[in-house]
Design a protein around this ligand. Structure first.
Ligand code: XMP
Length: 512
């Protein structure tokens, strides 16, 4: 196995992700934990020293244990990792003085190095730099194999010891060919690349068992991919020590509650409480039309309801959540930050402290596509794994103005027709998210020989990578025309269909 010593970079998890893509097993451990004894026990086959925010020129800044350099295993130092490696092996690092580099830079090769084999597709390779300090003298035994305008020691190595040090971040998207370096590194270290999602599953199961012991776990199930994968995985680990709570707030899509309950109860035999609280939610939402008020009501009731059902499960000590790595990063970097609240996102973040529960978050290290791969590994059906995201407050935020049962019913039907259209045309997987919003206006129409006075609706479909920014999907006019006709013919209560062509920003994906 490979050890990543983490010096606190924002992108350390990306290194792990690149290695998983190469089917290599690795573990990330914070530098404070990696002592000589830890290293001896861990016995890594190779070590990566991550980047980090500190400056090695600062007295008392983090170091790798010196024994890492005498274990006889390949080492790759990245950014801060490069600098501490140089310092510890007898080189020198200095503060900025006009040589800081942030963002895009280009590295030109110098000589031959096994780490760089196949990397230079042209005479220079784009990389992503983010450093204030720079190496000013390389350590004895090292040579330079790549330079950039502001980093004369962009790539250095002591090839005889298989020690490699790079100033840039090969793991990020903006170092387009960076995966090649990791591929070379693990090949040099002798990894076979035989570690798979199946192995990840086994390991995660062991970790859950070790954490939970014989205690009970509650899992809030939303019907979305993340909480579902977490629930199935935890159930595999601890069986009926797990109980899922599925809160039906009456704002779900057509057939959704039945589908989720059926799948978890019948197919996976996971103990599930179906909390049918439609009356409660719809009752309190009655007459409310302000978007933030709606969100706050739903958020508050959700926590109350969840707590009520959870209290019925005697002896529960853990709360399971399908938190993904991007959620972890966002909450770390944005909590208490200066950003304004655009929307009060609905989540159960405050629950664990309030209820005195400890968290189980088996997906914390994974990215969305990896969760999907794990879900597939666990046997969840592809149609379920590939589902578009669905917001916690559900249809409430697709129903601007007052929420009524009548409007929700119309919305459910229109949405089902729209999604069916998208599937029939084979577009579902190309689109990040698609849904119908019902508008708070009635307009006049004519059907048959009669006058109609019904609701208008808006179709929404966007492409996106992470939901943070989005573009509207360029349907053909034929598709839009056919879909409008079907909705008006098949859904009583709608006589006008529009298509929302706003991107995000300036719009948001949901209407509220
Ligand atoms: P917006 O509308 O902010 O949405 O552009 C971005 C993504 O987040 C989803 N969304 C939510 N998800 N709880 C959730 O779990 C929420 O309160 C919530 N609000 C928006 C939205 O569906 C889109 O995928």
């Amino acid at each position: 196995r490979l050890l990543i010593i983490d010096f606190g970079s924002q992108v350390t998890q990306l290194i792990a992700r690149r290695l998983r893509e190469l089917n290599v097993y690795c573990e990330i451990h914070p530098y404070q934990k990696v002592t000589d004894a830890f290293l001896a026990e861990f016995a890594p086959k190779a070590v990566i020293l991550s980047g980090g925010p500190d400056s090695v020129t600062r007295e008392g800044s983090p170091r790798a244990p010196d024994s890492v350099f005498t274990m006889g295993v390949p080492i790759l130092g990245i950014c801060y990792g490069q600098q501490t490696m140089m310092t510890q092996l007898g080189g020198k690092v200095e503060r900025g003085h006009g040589t800081a580099e942030f963002g895009r830079a280009y590295v030109t090769p110098k000589g031959e190095l096994d780490l760089l084999r196949g990397w230079f597709l042209t005479e220079r390779e784009q990389v992503w730099m983010s450093h204030g300090d720079h190496v000013s003298a390389i350590a004895p035994g090292f040579e330079v194999y790549g330079t950039s305008p502001n980093a004369p020691f962009a790539v250095t190595a002591d090839a005889s010891r298989h020690f490699y040090a790079v100033q840039f971040h090969p793991e990020v998207h903006h170092t387009p060919n960076g995966a090649k370096l990791y591929e070379n590194f693990v090949r040099i270290a002798g990894f076979k690349g035989d570690w798979t999602m199946g192995a990840y599953r086994e390991q995660a199961i062991e970790a859950i068992r070790a954490q939970v012991g014989d205690k009970k776990v509650i899992c809030g199930l939303s019907g979305g991919v993340d909480s579902s994968v977490a629930a199935v995985l935890i159930h595999e680990a601890i069986g009926d020590q797990l109980t899922c709570v599925f809160v039906d707030h009456g704002l779900l899509r057509q057939g959704e509650a039945d589908e989720v309950v059926k799948m978890f109860r019948d197919e996976y035999a996971i103990p599930l409480i179906h909390a049918d609280e439609q009356e409660l939610f719809l009752g309190e939402l009655d007459g409310q039309s302000d978007p933030e008020t709606k969100r706050k009501i739903i958020g508050r009731l959700f926590i109350d309801v969840f707590q009520k059902y959870a209290n019925e499960i005697e002896g529960a000590e853990f709360l399971a959540q399908g938190t993904l790595y991007p959620d972890v990063i966002e909450s770390v970097s944005f909590s208490g930050g200066p950003s304004v609240t655009i929307k009060s996102h609905h989540n159960v973040g405050g629950l664990p402290e309030k209820m005195g529960l400890k968290l189980v978050e088996p997906l914390r290290e994974l990215f969305k596509d990896e969760v999907r791969a794990l879900g597939t590994e666990l046997g969840l059906p592809p149609s379920f794994i590939g589902r578009h995201p669905f917001p916690g407050p559900g249809l409430a935020i697709r129903c601007p103005g007052e929420i009524t049962r009548e409007k929700l019913e119309i919305l459910r039907k229109a949405d089902a027709v729209y999604i069916d259209q998208i599937r029939r045309h084979g577009l579902y997987d190309e689109i990040w998210q698609a849904f119908v919003a019902i508008l708070p206006v009635r307009t006049v129409g004519v059907m048959g020989d009669g006058r109609t006075y019904d609701f208008a609706c808006a179709l929404r479909a966007v492409t996106s990578v992470d939901g943070m920014t989005a573009d509207y999907y360029p349907f053909t006019h034929e598709f839009l025309g056919e879909t409008a006709t079907r909705i008006i013919n098949e859904v009583q209560g709608i006589n006008r269909v529009t298509y929302d062509i706003t991107s995000k920003p300036p719009g948001t994906i949901e209407w509220e």
